[in-house]
Every structure is written in structure tokens, then in C-alpha cells.
Design a protein around this ligand. Structure first.
Ligand code: ATP
Ligand code: MG
Length: 270
């Protein structure tokens, strides 16, 4: 039975899509069966893993409004995982869903049929707390929160945690925070170091030990339609996402001492 992990943060540009695409690729490489679902009308996760959105084909939009199934809509990427693509049409789902019954549960219900075929289903959420994100949070078992260690990040986190509590109370009682991921990390910044320490102080073990450094190869890879491990495997960005996948698998296996090897190459402790 798949574990459904929503990569979410209502703040824009914090590395949600970069994390969803690269983690999918790294988990797939370690033998996990992965489905990546693009829940963002920007469609960045779809293009970022080289999936060509042809106009006639259904996307996650048709799945949400009940006109297609996940099995009929998913596409195989070249990187060992499946993708449920999105395009700009998905922006209309917000309005279409208003009229529908149980509109918060559309994605969760659509996933039932394929959950047995995957180990991980990763959801790339849009930068908003809208009905698409709510569908993601209702379908999810856990939430991964990528964030940049800057001053406003902590404020945004308070809002997000409040939203997660509401979803847990009203819509999805099993929802838990899987972890907070420090992204685009620049260890030279004193503020970054401070915010990073505050984060560990507040959230303790929920903060992944693996840190994703700022790395230009991570920003370049999507324009080639490739996850970074297929673009420049030796880059610090690729190494960091490989370590993150391992940390997630180790944590789930209940192992101790996870992430101790994370220091070299910028993928480790600040
Ligand atoms: P949105 O909220 O718009 O969906 P997002 O949270 O999904 O954004 P990304 O699209 O993953 O964020 O990243 C924003 C930008 O930063 C992109 O151009 C991406 O290539 C770049 N980026 C992400 N992570 C890194 C990193 N670790 N180092 C350098 N650039 C990065
Ligand atoms: Mg995104």
C-alpha cells in the first residue's frame, strides 16, 4: 500500500517542485515504486521530468472532476517513476469542484485503485492553501515541508501548521508532518544559520538532517526535462537528494543515526 506524501508550503518558490521531482527520481532509483502527481496548474513537475503534455491527453484535472482515472491518465517518465501530469487547465478545477459533492476527497478517492501498485505517491502542491492543496492534504498520509531558512519562513510555517491542524481535525485524521526540509541552503549567511537553529529548536527530529544546498545544477536540470541525478549526478544537489531519499527510507525502517554521512559536499549539517 502506497505511502502518500504531500510536498507542500503555501509560500512560492521554496523548492517544492524541485524536491518532488528529484525525490521521486531518487526513490525510484533505490527500487521504490513511485507515482508523482502534479497538483499545480503551473505544471512544473510535469515538464521537470520530461513528460510532454499533449493537448488531447487527460491530466489530473480530468481525474479530479471524474472524467478519467489515474490508471488511464498516468504516464511513464524516463526515470523509473510514473507521473500524473498537470497543465493550466487545472486552474479551472477550483471552480468546477465547488459544485461537486465531497470535493475535498476527490483525489483521495481517485487514488484507491492504484495505491497497491506503488510504494510512494508524491504530491507536488501549488503555492496556495486552495482546494487543490486541500485535496492533496486529504489524500496524504504525511506532509513534507520544504523551506528556505529566511526570516519570513517561520511566520509562514505557523500558518501552515495551523492549516494542517484544521485538516487533521475535520478531514483527515491520519495526517502527520513527515518532515521539514531546508532548501536552497547557503551556509555563509548568518541569518540562515540562525533560522536553521530555530527550526531545529521548534521542530526537533521533524527537521531532516539532510540539507539541500543552493546548487545551480538543480535549477538547470528542469530545462532539460531531467531530474538532477540524470543530469549531473556528481553535483552537490544530486548528492543531497540521494541522501534525502536514503534518510526517508532509513527513518521509515526505524533505523538510528540517520544522515550522519550528510556533511561532505554541502548536503549535510550547516
Ligand atoms: P512554486 O511555489 O512556484 O510552485 P516551488 O516551491 O515549487 O515554487 P521550485 O520551482 O522547486 O519551487 O524552485 C523555485 C526556483 O528555485 C526554481 O527556478 C528552481 O529551479 C530553483 N531551485 C530550487 N531549489 C534550488 C536549489 N537547491 N538550488 C538552486 N536553485 C533551486
Ligand atoms: Mg512548484
Amino acid at each position: 500500500m502506497a505511502s502518500v506524501l504531500a510536498v507542500t508550503n503555501q509560500k512560492g518558490g521554496v523548492g517544492k517542485t524541485t524536491t518532488a521531482v528529484n525525490l521521486s527520481a531518487c526513490l525510484a532509483e533505490s527500487g521504490q515504486r513511485v507515482l508523482l502527481i502534479d497538483l499545480d496548474p503551473q505544471g512544473n513537475a510535469t515538464t521537470g521530468c520530461g513528460v510532454v503534455k499533449r493537448a488531447a491527453l487527460p491530466t489530473v484535472y480530468q481525474v479530479l472532476i471524474g472524467r478519467s482515472t489515474v490508471a488511464d491518465t498516468r504516464l511513464a517518465s524516463d526515470f523509473g517513476f510514473d507521473v500524473l501530469p498537470a497543465n493550466r487547465e487545472l486552474a479551472g478545477a477550483e471552480i468546477d469542484l465547488i459544485e461537486m459533492e465531497l470535493r475535498e476527497y476527490r483525489l483521495r478517492d481517485a487514488l484507491v485503485d492504484v495505491a497497491g501498485e506503488y510504494d510512494f505517491i508524491l504530491l507536488d502542491c501549488p503555492p496556495a492553501l486552495n482546494m487543490l492543496t486541500v485535496n492533496g492534504l486529504v489524500a496524504a498520509d504525511t506532509v513534507m515541508i520544504p523551506m528556505q531558512c529566511e526570516y519570513y519562513a517561520l511566520e509562514g510555517l505557523t500558518d501552515l501548521v495551523a492549516t494542517l491542524k484544521k485538516v487533521r481535525a475535520n478531514l483527515n485524521r491520519r495526517l502527520e508532518i513527515e518532515g521539514l526540509l531546508r532548501t536552497m541552503f547557503d551556509p555563509r549567511s548568518t541569518l540562515t544559520q540562525q533560522v536553521s537553529r530555530d527550526l531545529e529548536g521548534h521542530f526537533g527530529d521533524k527537521v531532516y538532517r539532510t540539507i539541500i544546498p543552493r546548487n545551480v545544477r538543480l535549477a538547470e536540470a528542469p530545462s532539460y526535462g531531467k531530474p538532477v541525478i540524470a543530469f549531473d549526478r556528481s553535483s552537490k544537489g544530486a548528492q543531497a537528494y540521494l541522501l534525502l531519499a536514503q534518510e526517508i527510507l532509513d527513518r521509515r525502517a526505524g533505523k538510528q543515526g540517520v544522515g550522519k554521512k550528510a556533511a561532505p559536499g554541502g548536503g549535510g549539517q550547516p
